[in-house]
Write a protein that binds this ligand. Structure first.
Ligand code: MG
Ligand code: MG
Length: 245
């Protein structure tokens, strides 16, 4: 699990620095697939229920599961969420982040910062004996305190020898509920946050989820193991990305 997720973290860091005005999401996808295969891994999303690419790239009001495209280059002021999964030696890694393209408005930067912080607060709930719903509660509390909303239709998940394992991990809820966390469990925690209303719809491509009200959305994800002494962030990046945003 560490090797697969370390590779994910390294690739995501490279992709983050490749984001710029004029770059297309298809460019990012091509780079990602090369790096995955150079790392001895295979893309986890490509072919998953027919998904066509290595990355999910979700621009602006797209929340998750956007399909990389050559059609529209990123422009200054966009935000783009990049989600990558790999399989390496039988084990899966999964992580995502949202990157500003060039200069974005202050409230947009807040959306990214608050979503990333909500993930950090969720991760701080990962401990032996902790309750599953404490994770989602931590996300919801932080997000709503800043005037944003939590997308309900998609959830985090257990991860290991399959990309999606039990348990499902909603990003909202009442604390103190659900299974107790045990040492060695590995969880992909992934808050999805909208600037406006939380409702989403899926576009006619069958994949791309967008906010119904067209408001911007952000997505951050880490794969985290329940360690003896607390959370082990298996997809931690050397320089905490977005820390500067
Ligand atoms: Mg993911
Ligand atoms: Mg995931």
């Amino acid at each position: 699990m560490q090797a697969a997720n370390r590779l994910v973290a390294q690739i995501l860091e490279t992709l983050e620095s490749a984001v710029a005005p004029g770059v297309t999401t298809a460019d990012l996808d091509a780079l990602a697939e090369k790096l995955v295969r150079d790392g001895g891994a295979v893309p986890a999303f490509k072919g998953y229920r027919g998904f066509p690419a290595t990355l999910c790239t979700s621009v602006n009001a797209e929340v998750v599961h956007g399909i990389p495209s050559q059609k529209r280059p990123l422009v200054d002021g966009d935000i783009v969420s990049i989600d990558i999964g790999v399989k390496l030696d039988g084990f899966y890694g999964d992580s995502a982040l949202t990157v500003p393209v060039g200069t974005v408005p202050e409230r947009t930067r807040e959306l990214l910062t608050v979503t990333r912080q909500s993930l950090e607060r969720a991760i701080s709930q990962v401990k032996v004996g902790g309750r599953l719903s404490d994770i989602g509660h931590a996300v919801q509390e932080w997000v709503e305190a800043h005037g944003f909303s939590v997308v309900r239709e998609f959830v985090g998940h257990g991860i290991g020898e399959a990309l999606h394992e039990e348990p499902q991990i909603p990003n909202y809820g009442t604390p103190g509920r659900g299974p107790r966390l045990a040492e060695g469990m590995v969880l992909a925690i992934e808050p999805m946050v909208a600037m406006g209303r939380p409702e989403v719809k899926v576009l006619r491509d069958g994949w791309t989820a967008v906010t119904k009200d067209g408001s911007l959305a952000a997505h951050f994800e880490h794969t985290v193991a329940v360690g003896t002494d607390g959370p082990l962030i298996l997809t931690a990046r050397p320089v905490p990305s977005a820390a500067q945003h």
